[in-house]
Design a protein around this ligand. Structure first.
Ligand code: CA
Length: 533
């Protein structure tokens, strides 16, 4: 027993010595200054053509200043970046930091799990990155989405938590017309159908002409139709038309019965004149021209990021988001949520001598309140590149404390985005590590407040990450990409033809299913395999 105890003591001593040795360069006391003795780290990344030399950007200068680390920065043109990166990753001495490198999931698996050229970061994150750790703790789906099949994290992500950016589509309906006609907001697909019919038949804009209303308009974007399959319970990711049921079954939506319901709904709406007959010839500019045409408003409903991007600004709040409809009362509403992640934003080469220092440095950009790194990465320096203001746009002392809204300062530049790229940060044009979005102080822009409020009201209560970011083998990645090209084309062609009546849902739907059955099933199987890993 005594022997065991002393062994345990000796082990403890060894462990604490190891921990001390491990952190001898790292200053764990200071918030900013992370090294006790000056060190130099190499950093490589792809420079976007819009950006100045990275060494001249304020972010990199500040990063070095507050950490005491000198960065030896080498950038390559973004075009052809991989041609440069691939040989770099086979060198004996790897770069310490690969920054904004768009490292793909397949590269992570290859260079991380298979070749060991990238350093596994999960233990370092737990130990040295309290800000990122807190985010991963609060959002397990982020951790899942950045963990490779072998259970390692090789790359830090960019995390966008702005709710309005996390939904794929926003369907705006004219609430002034609803009021004019004494109609309630629709909650089922049948109610929506009745509303659209009333818009068409009952002079919804009240100008005495019962024929100038377009119940549903839009631009030529087939996904605006696809996405509404969520109203029948099968929400999808825009990118691959995949989703998961609550018990974790992966589906490729065009193979489901709900897809047929969605197609039937819009085919009927088209036949009844409820959909803009010019929709498939219109681009975004044409839709906007229609929404902003002089005279009475003629559009009842449309899909867009914000109503004011189509209709005049003063009508912005006359359009509400159509809620997560259900096929029949009592069904559970669902809407697809993005993970908000861009993976592959920062990795550490396996030969890096000071990975704990890199992690401590990188943790700066996952927080903005105490240390300001998250906002510095996006907006530059408070009081110089932007000013905190109250909700009225006034610079007050209280606004500096509240840090809710800001105005941007870009004197001498065409826009703040140009200033970001030329003077401030690689975050303009590149996917850097860090956070952006909902928890950050907002650029004051009242028109967006309405979008935010409506997204909170109509989508947030029902949304779910419908298909997370996954890792696949190179073979599966290639096969899935091939299948996607064929499936996307076939599904789009048939769906558009069903909607516009060129093909009959009753007579031709089985032929459509037969055409996608084999490839669609294989596609679904690949993603089921990736999801269950
Ligand atoms: Ca009218």
């Amino acid at each position: 027993m005594k022997k065991l105890l002393s062994l345990a003591l000796a082990l403890c001593l060894m462990l604490s010595l190891a921990a001390m040795a491990d952190t001898s360069v790292l200053n764990t006391e200071a918030a900013y200054l992370v090294v006790n003795t000056p060190i130099t780290l190499t950093l490589v990344g792809p420079r976007n053509a819009s950006q100045s030399d990275w060494k001249d950007l304020k972010f990199f200068q500040k990063w070095q200043e507050i950490t005491g680390v000198t960065l030896d920065i080498t950038t390559y043109p973004e075009d052809g970046w991989n041609v440069n990166l691939n040989p770099i990753m086979t060198e004996e001495k790897l770069p310490d930091i690969i920054y904004a490198g768009n490292i793909t999931a397949a590269q992570e698996v290859d260079w991380g799990d298979d070749q060991g050229a990238l350093l596994p970061l999960e233990d370092l994150i737990a130990k040295y990155m309290p800000n990122l750790s807190a985010l991963l703790e609060a959002n397990p789906v982020i951790r899942e989405s950045i963990t490779t099949p072998d259970g390692h994290i090789y790359c830090l992500p960019w995390i966008n938590d702005m709710p309005r950016d996390l939904v794929y589509g926003k369907y705006w309906i004219n609430n002034a017309w609803l009021k004019n006609l004494g109609l309630a907001e629709p909650t089922t697909v049948d109610e929506l159908y009745s509303v659209l019919k009333a818009f068409k038949e009952q002079d919804a804009n009240g100008n005495g002409d019962a024929n100038d209303e377009i119940p549903y308009s839009g631009q030529k974007n087939i996904k605006d139709f696809y996405r509404t399959v969520a109203w029948w319970g099968k929400a999808i990711s825009d990118d691959n038309l995949l989703g998961t049921t609550e018990d974790g079954q992966v589906y490729y939506a065009p193979l489901t019965e709900e897809w047929k319901s969605m197609v039937t709904f819009w085919a009927n709406a088209w036949k009844d004149g409820l959909v803009d007959s010019q929709l498939f010839e219109m681009d975004g500019a044409a839709l906007k021209a229609k929404g902003q045409a002089a005279g009475d408003q003629t559009i009842g409903m449309f899909q867009h990021a914000g109503a004011f991007l189509v209709v005049p600004s003063e009508q912005n709040e006359e359009y509400s988001i159509v809620g997560c409809l259900v096929a029949k009362e009592g069904d559970k509403p669902v809407w697809a949520k993005r993970t908000g992640l861009s993976r592959g934003a920062l990795a550490i080469g396996e030969t890096c001598e000071y990975p704990e220092v890199v992690c401590r440095m990188a943790d700066w950009v996952y927080e903005w309140k105490e240390y300001g790194g998250g906002i510095y990465n996006m907006r530059g320096e408070a009081g110089v590149d932007f000013y905190y203001v109250d909700e009225n746009g006034e610079q007050t002392e209280q606004a500096k404390i509240d840090r809710k809204f800001l105005v941007l300062e870009y004197t001498g530049y065409d826009s703040f985005e140009v200033k970001r790229a030329k003077a401030l940060t690689a975050n303009s044009g590149s996917t850097t590590p860090g956070i952006g979005g909902g928890t950050m102080p907002q650029v004051i822009y009242p028109l967006n407040d309405w979008i935010n409020a409506e997204v909170e009201r109509q989508y947030v209560p029902y949304w779910r990450v419908i298909y997370p970011d996954v890792y696949m083998s190179a073979e599966d990645t290639n096969r899935a990409a091939d299948l996607k090209v064929q499936l996307d084309y076939t599904v789009e062609t048939w769906t558009a033809q069903f909607i516009t009546g060129e093909k009959s849902v009753e007579a031709d739907y089985d032929a459509f299913l037969a055409e996608i059955q084999k490839l669609g099933t294989e596609y679904q199987e690949i993603y089921t395999r990736a999801y269950s890993k």
